[in-house]
Design a binder for this molecule. Structure first.
Ligand SMILES: Cc1cc2nc3c(=O)[nH]c(=O)nc-3n(C[C@H](O)[C@H](O)[C@H](O)COP(=O)(O)OP(=O)(O)OC[C@H]3O[C@@H](n4cnc5c(N)ncnc54)[C@H](O)[C@@H]3O)c2cc1C
Ligand code: FES
Length: 284
């Protein structure tokens, strides 16, 4: 598919990429960038925290990428991309002024409504902080709706700390508990060392009224669930963002199948209570 297929009178945002322009580019660290994308014409569709778009690097291909921006910003889609292959590499190399195709937003996001009135515990590993950032910003914008808010974030190395300035700003807020950890420290690191699930024992947790949002590598999510359940947190209060290969993103092709569910339309955010059996089967 080429640039010429991106038309204003296309069948709809779900099926045909709409042309967006890169208006800002921020290098986060080594292979990870954050892009701000503005519609070439018309307005940006609304999204809910946790949803994703299909980003099309013209002539290379499409990949699912979570929206990592503030839901209150009505002008741009913000996406944080790690260069790990052909499509993500082409997207990560886009310069300001370049064009990209966007389909979406797709999927079910974080349970922002269901979490109202409860404490919220956010657990992110590495790039998993990207789809959680819109939820965090939405919670801050409506802080009185929620009880205690805690954010646990871990990455491999201090040099891979995503949104590090923002994390520092969040940690200075009086109404949020932010704890960070790295797998491997360097000489300037004075905070916790260890994988993210080890932080769970250190956080205040009301098991009757806490909603937990978890996103990161699947192994990190599994260990986080074990640690949460050790502390008595019921499965119905734990939500995970799942990642599977996507093609159509609209529930037609089956590429993202996860047992009987399609991650593109039944997820990516899923309640652990509903997927515990599937998650227990390796490689499903
Ligand atoms: C719902 C959803 C949300 C996503 N959100 C984001 C996002 O916000 N930012 C983002 O960068 N990506 C995100 N992804 C992953 C993205 O869709 C691609 O899978 C990823 O960018 C690799 O695509 P590629 O074609 O460049 O690499 P491929 O050619 O598919 O893979 C190249 C190599 O990288 C490995 N690889 C594939 N995916 C990953 C990965 N995620 N991490 C490390 N190694 C990998 C492969 O095993 C392979 O060895 C998301 C995926 C889903 C399903
Ligand atoms: S990506 Fe095609 S069914 Fe989900």
């Amino acid at each position: 598919m080429g640039n010429a297929n991106v038309t204003a009178d296309a069948p709809g945002p779900g099926q045909t990429p709409q042309r967006y322009d890169v208006v800002r580019r921020q290098r986060e660290f080594a292979n990870t960038v954050t892009l701000a994308l503005k519609p070439h014409a018309g307005v940006r569709p609304t999204f809910t925290p946790g949803q994703f778009n299909m980003l099309y690097a013209f002539g290379v291909g499409e990949a699912a990428v979570s929206v990592s921006g503030d839901p209150a910003d009505a002008n741009t889609f913000i996406h944080t991309i790690r260069d790990v292959g052909a499509v993500s590499g082409a997207l990560a190399r886009l310069a300001v002024g370049a064009s990209v195709g966007v389909r979406g937003p797709f999927g079910r996001g974080w349970p922002m409504q269901a979490a109202i009135g409860t404490d919220v515990l956010i657990i992110a590993g590495g790039l998993g902080l990207a789809p959680l950032r819109p939820a965090i910003l939405d919670i801050f914008a409506h802080r009185r709706r929620y009880g205690r808010v805690s954010i646990l974030f871990g990455c491999r190395h201090p040099k891979e700390m995503l949104f590090c300035r923002e994390l520092r700003r969040w940690s200075r807020r009086v109404n949020v508990d932010v704890q960070v950890t790295v797998d491997h420290a360097d000489i300037g690191w004075h905070a916790h060392v260890g994988v993210v699930p080890t932080l769970i024992a250190r956080v205040a947790l009301d098991t009757r009224a806490t909603t937990v949002f978890v996103c990161g590598p699947e192994v990190m999510m599994r260990f986080s669930i074990n640690a949460l359940q050790d502390r008595g947190l019921p499965a119905r209060r734990i939500y995970l963002s799942m990642e599977r290969n996507m093609k159509c993103a609209i529930g037609l092709c089956g590429h993202c199948q996860f047992a009987s569910a399609f991650v593109c339309k039944d997820g990516p955010v899923m309640c652990y209570e509903k997927i515990a059996d599937m998650l227990a089967v390796p490689e499903i």
